[in-house]
Write a protein that binds this ligand. Structure first.
Ligand code: PEP
Ligand code: MG
Length: 543
């Protein structure tokens, strides 16, 4: 058989050399939605309850992002509104399976039709719920997938709960006909280090035999030639060695070969991301993306809830610095009822600090909770999307007012350091205009705004990157400014966790990075191979 190359979309890096493998059957195919069960209303109630119990049992074995995905599905199942159209259809004479499938299909279609890739990717969560309940209606859900060692799982799409309940053999991977790199399954695969390629097209489901799956390139090579197999074997061995080495470095402070210390901090999206992490492996927390867990209107004004979340992170850090970013809603992170519903160009519109200053009612709550949390540990507060010095001054005035009010009321509080993100070229070009106590470079947005390239489109990524000389020059300028005025400059965009970019970032003068926790070891391993002392001299910012 001749070698055949299929090109999809990269969803989770890693290289797998093994057999293409299809599960025998999928839960959905076992259900016969047209069959009536006699008492269809009771049957649907029972099936929803059983599906919920099965998910709750699965939840007990999970934590972090994985628990969040399953918890969200349980919440959907418990939402009477979701099932209401199905019960109405049953009352009108439809069998339970057909009624449930139709109600969920309408929900799925609405998500699939969304303009927003994030919401489109949520459709698969509803497919998961639909099929679990259908499987219960037809006599019980099928057992978990057992994926053999070095197998490349072929499927049209995979549900998050299928992914989580599956037993993944060593060196296994996923090749999906459909799917999206921003889906929950893709996020879970990255978290577990499983290679994954999506969007390979329906023809992938008819393939079999030996194959090479490249999760970084987004390709699947079926019946690979000997030379390609040998090269892949060497790469797999070196990736394995790299992982083993990273695990050793993860536990040590980051030190260059010639003894320069670099701070490697953790970036988190939710306090639960810290579960199972050893604080001693990190120089603190460099970014807490608060908009990702305060993403409901009622949480935005829940001062006690926010205080508990910030205090939990500070307690975990045990005296190490914690940098909490104030709400960075807008752009790709809408919050219903808070972000504007329709903007022609949301990434250039109401985002981050711009929005916080327009919602002082919400902003004050967050600043108050942060000032109270600052009584429990070294807290730094960071403002996103700053463009004008006035925005920093206005935020400082609000923070001072909340501190004064807390003091007057005799409430325990502290005064957190107030810094800004450098994501907009206007700040990077003239950082000296900003009287911030620290700076943190948001390279994801800085690239997007410097190179005029959307961070949302994989296809345009080659037009801009942190490695672009213009972006590196801006980073060097901010780093030099920080040295000159004695204020910390860190970097909290994804580039800090990319071993290929770390040398250029440190050469540009940075000495502090914040990275996804799972990447800290690989980053420290790269740093250990660099000589940085010659780039360690205080320098004058370019004029
Ligand atoms: C960034 O822009 O680099 C950043 C860290 O912020 P976010 O990715 O959340 O926009
Ligand atoms: Mg940003």
């Amino acid at each position: 058989m001749a070698e055949r190359l299929l090109v999809g979309v990269a969803a989770s890096p890693g290289l797998v050399s093994g057999r293409l493998w299809r599960p025998e059957s999928e839960a959905a195919s076992q259900a016969d939605p047209a069959a009536s069960t006699g008492d269809d209303e009771a049957a649907l109630h029972g099936a929803i309850a059983s599906a919920g119990q099965a998910l709750a049992a699965l939840l007990g074995e999970l934590d972090g992002d994985e628990a969040e995905v399953v918890g969200m599905q349980i919440a959907f199942l418990e939402d009477d509104e979701l099932a209401r159209p199905a019960f109405e259809a049953i009352a009108a004479g439809q069998p339970a399976g057909a009624a449930w499938a139709a109600a969920m299909d309408a929900e799925i279609a609405a998500y699939q039709a969304s303009d927003d890739e994030y919401f489109r990717a949520r459709a698969v969560d509803f497919q998961d719920i639909r099929d679990r309940v259908l499987a219960e209606l037809s006599g019980g859900a099928s057992g978990p997938l057992v994926v053999p060692d070095h197998a490349i799982l072929l499927a049209a799409e995979l549900r998050p709960s299928e992914f989580l309940s599956a037993r993944w053999g060593a060196g296994a991977g996923l090749a999906l006909a459909q799917g999206s790199p921003t889906s929950h399954v893709a996020m879970l695969a990255r978290g577990r280090g499983l290679a994954m390629v999506v969007g390979l097209g329906p023809e992938v489901l008819d393939l079999h035999g030996e194959a090479l799956l490249d999760g970084a390139e987004g390709t699947l090579v079926v019946a690979p030639e000997q030379g390609r197999l040998a090269a892949a074997g060497a790469r797999i061995a070196s990736e394995e060695a790299g992982r083993a080495q990273a695990a050793v470095y993860a536990a040590r402070p980051a030190l260059s070969r010639d003894g320069v210390r670099v701070a490697v901090q953790a970036t988190i999206a939710d306090p639960s991301d810290l579960d199972g992490l050893d604080p001693a492996h990190f120089d603190g927390i460099g970014l807490v993306r608060t908009e990702l867990f305060l993403d409901r209107p009622e949480r935005l004004t829940d001062e006690e809830g926010q205080l508990a979340a910030y205090a939990r992170i500070l307690a975990w850090a045990g005296g190490r610095p914690v940098t909490v970013r104030t709400l960075d809603a807008g752009g790709d992170k809408p919050i219903a009822g808070y972000t504007p519903a329709h903007e022609a160009n949301p990434f250039l519109g109401m985002r981050g600090i711009r929005l916080s200053l327009r919602h002082p009612d919400v902003f004050r709550v967050q600043l108050r909770a942060l000032a109270r949390a600052a009584a429990t540990g070294p807290l730094k507060v960071m403002l996103p999307m700053v463009t004008l010095p006035r925005e920093l001054a206005d935020a400082r005035a609000l923070l001072e007012a909340e501190i004064a009010a807390l003091a007057a009321a005799g409430v325990a509080h502290g005064r957190p350091a107030l810094g800004i993100m450098v994501e907009v070229p206007a700040v990077a070009i003239t950082p000296e205009r900003f009287d911030a106590e620290f700076f943190s470079i948001g390279s994801n947005d800085l690239v997007q705004y410097t190179c005029a390239v959307s961070r949302e489109e994989a296809a345009s990524a080659e037009l801009g990157s942190v490695a672009d000389p213009s972006v590196l020059a801006l980073i060097a300028r901010v780093a030099a400014h920080g040295r000159q005025v004695g204020r910390e400059v860190s970097l909290c965009g994804d580039a800090g966790g990319d071993p290929a970019l770390v040398p250029a970032l440190l050469t540009a003068g940075l000495r502090s990075l914040s990275v996804q926790p799972g990447l800290a070891g690989a980053v420290k391993a790269v740093i250990a191979g660099l000589d940085l002392a010659s780039t360690d001299e205080p320098s004058t910012p370019p004029s």
